[in-house]
Design a protein around this ligand. Structure first.
Ligand code: ADP
Length: 428
């Protein structure tokens, strides 16, 4: 370099030489040289050698750190995006808030819409607004090392939604202990919240149901036990109470059987195991047969009207179960009215069976839920006992026959429960 380049260019600036010295090892040197022409025509070279090994190491290290930093920033961004996290960054010193598009979307904002802190606070649900504001203030004061983690609802967004957001982050402080940044992530946890709530409600329903079912079973079993004890006492010396006690024991037994049948049917329905054994039969015959026990007891009169020739193609036992349920409910929930009317009519290619009572009727707002599983109008169970399964099972039976089920009811006038079934055309 000194012999070839310098004579031509006169100067060499920052020429880097790497050399491994036997005693001090690898060094990086920067050479600066200048050719000076003497007045007498001779030449001088001014050469400056600087050992820049350490400086180069620092530069290389910094470059590597920067590369790593970019890489990890990219990796972090990927992870943040994949997790559906939104990120935001607040500078309390100048009051600037920067949120990414994902975060904006959670609050129903446009992807690049810019908002200030006051607007952000206003977008929190009013019931949680003060609390969240307080939490962020405490983080800025360094409580909990500036860390925060909270869940809150948004106020209703422009698209009409209220979302659940999980906020997590940290405040950063300068040497004077003043917060200069509050950064964090936001995650939309609405679906998770809905699922949690649904699970909670389901567990509560299950618990409620278990206690109702146990209570419902306990009542007739206690009566049955009492009847059997009395019968045992009078076994050698029967008195006039005997028929009443046997009747009472039978009724209790029937009640337990019905409850257990309902529970088993519900289980079968849940598991899709309710098999139908379809045949063609005259609807009026099934209705006449199924209510014998009520006719024999004599307290209630069942009046059947309509087309008594109509035939259905269905599972006669299951249809009987639905009719019995309607009639039993008419007696249970309308005990004062002694007449129950059943009508059979043809509507297009369907047969419609309706069971009407003159009871107290059902409030209109409760009607849509009557056929839901475990639904009872008087859920306290104080006035009437029951598991809320009868109508649910009836509805499932009718649905599986491609029929419809419904109720018309008016407070003070009574209720009419009905179902339809596909009709069998009769050729004469
Ligand atoms: P449960 O075994 O509790 O009687 P159901 O499914 O048969 O269950 O009935 C659900 C609810 O519908 C009952 O709790 C009752 O409040 C209401 N209900 C059913 N039938 C009648 C009726 N004929 N009159 C008034 N309410 C009725």
């Amino acid at each position: 370099m000194l012999e070839n380049i310098l004579p031509e260019k006169k100067v060499v600036i920052d020429f880097e030489v790497i050399h491994v010295f036997p005693s001090i090892g690898r060094r990086v040197m920067s050479l600066n040289a200048r050719q000076l022409d003497k007045t007498n025509g001779g030449q001088l070279i001014l050469l400056d050698i600087e050992d820049i090994t350490d400086q180069r190491k620092i530069e290389e290290g910094l470059a590597e750190i920067e590369l790593l930093f970019h890489e990890s920033k990219d990796r972090l961004k990927l992870a943040v995006d994949a997790a559906g996290l939104g990120t935001w960054d607040y500078n309390p010193l100048i009051g600037e808030l920067i949120a990414d598009s994902c975060c904006n979307e959670m609050f129903g904002l446009l992807p690049h819409e810019k908002i200030d802190c006051a607007r952000f606070i206003a977008m929190i649900h009013e019931e949680e607004r003060n609390h969240i504001e307080n939490v962020l203030q405490l983080a800025l004061k360094g409580i909990n090392h500036g860390g925060y983690e909270e869940e809150f609802r948004t106020a209703e967004t422009i698209d009409g939604n209220v979302r659940w957001i999980k906020f997590r982050g940290k405040a950063y402080f300068n040497v004077d202990g003043i917060a200069y940044r509050l950064v964090g992530t936001s995650l939309d946890i609405t679906v998770q919240k809905i699922l949690d709530q649904a699970t909670k409600e389901l567990l509560k329903k299950k618990d409620d149901f278990m206690s109702i079912a146990s209570h419902e079973l306990k009542t007739p079993i206690t009566t049955l036990k009492a009847s059997l004890q009395l019968l045992k006492r009078m076994k050698d010396n029967p008195d006039k109470m005997l028929p009443t006690l046997i009747e009472q024991a039978n009724k209790s037994m029937e009640r337990v059987t019905t409850l257990i049948e309902n529970l088993l049917n519900t289980n079968k329905l849940n598991e899709g195991q309710l098999h139908l054994n379809k045949t063609s039969f005259i609807i009026a015959d099934v209705i006449a047969d199924c209510c014998q026990h009520i006719r024999v007891a004599g307290e209630y009169t069942i009046i059947t009207k309509g087309d008594k020739e109509l035939m259905a193609y269905a599972d006669a036992d299951r249809i009987e179960q639905a009719v019995v349920n309607f009639v039993n409910n008419a007696i249970k929930y309308a005990p004062g009215a002694k007449e129950i009317h059943i009508s059979i009519e043809k509507i297009k290619d369907m047969v419609k069976v309706s069971v009407s009572d003159k009871g107290q009727g059902i409030p209109a707002e409760k009607l849509p839920y009557l056929f839901d599983r475990y639904y009872r109008v008087d859920s306290s169970g104080l006035q009437y006992s029951g598991l809320g399964l009868g109508l649910y099972i009836s509805a499932e039976i009718i649905k599986r026959h491609n029929g419809q089920i419904g109720v018309n009811s008016e407070i003070g006038k009574g209720s009419t429960f009905w179902f339809t079934l596909p009709l069998v055309e009769q050729f004469s």
